[in-house]
Ligand binder design. Structure first.
Ligand SMILES: Cc1cc2nc3c(=O)[nH]c(=O)nc-3n(C[C@H](O)[C@H](O)[C@H](O)COP(=O)(O)O)c2cc1C
Length: 168
């Protein structure tokens, strides 16, 4: 059985990092892929989130309020995978709604899910516990891993995630 890193990460204008070509969570995702040899599936919304930070914040507010399930591009069959590293940024104390769209589209029975996330102050914001209660057929392993988005982009961030991977 194999492992896969499934993640969402938004490039463009963001809090504390300016206008970037690669999102913060993607740095952690790539480091996990490099260190574990896991496969990769990046959740890409069919309609990309706005490049402008405030426009994105406004859209995320609406989506959270409406419990939206935005569509995403492509998909992956999870049947060959027993371990899923699940990465996302915290948006309004929660996962971006497009991540729920992905999770609800798959049978997670028997999967071990290892969450990791970036944020700018909220930590994991209770999302690991929320995920476990929303998807009881999967086992969410350990305490997950979270890091501030601006640190995720640094060498120190890579070293920390490497240390965490060794504890698993
Ligand atoms: C729409 C939106 C909502 C956010 N809400 C929060 C929040 O509630 N708490 C927090 O600590 N950071 C929040 N942030 C900051 C992001 O979690 C942080 O910048 C993260 O590293 C972004 O990851 P990404 O570049 O992989 O998308 C928010 C950012 C955006 C764009």
């Amino acid at each position: 059985m194999k492992s896969i890193v499934v993640y969402y990460s938004r490039p463009d204008e963001n809090y504390g990092v300016g206008d970037v070509e690669i999102g913060n969570t993607e740095f952690l995702a790539k480091e996990i892929i490099k260190q574990t040899g896991a496969d990769e599936f990046k959740i890409e919304p069919k309609v990309p989130y706005p490049k402008n930070y405030m426009d994105c914040v406004n859209q995320a507010t609406e989506e959270l309020k409406n419990n939206a399930r935005p569509e995403y591009l492509g998909d992956v069959d999870l049947k060959d995978y027993d371990t899923i590293y699940l990465g996302y940024p915290i948006w309004w104390g929660d996962l971006p709604m497009v991540c729920y769209a992905f999770l609800e589209n798959h049978d997670l029975t028997g999967k071990t899910i290892i969450p990791f996330n970036t944020h700018e102050g909220s930590g994991n914001s209770g999302t690991y516990a929320k995920l476990q209660s929303k998807f009881p057929a999967a086992t969410f392993k350990g305490d997950g891993f979270n890091m501030s988005g601006h640190e995720a982009r640094t060498k120190e961030g890579a070293a920390k995630i490497s240390g965490w991977l060794q504890t698993l």
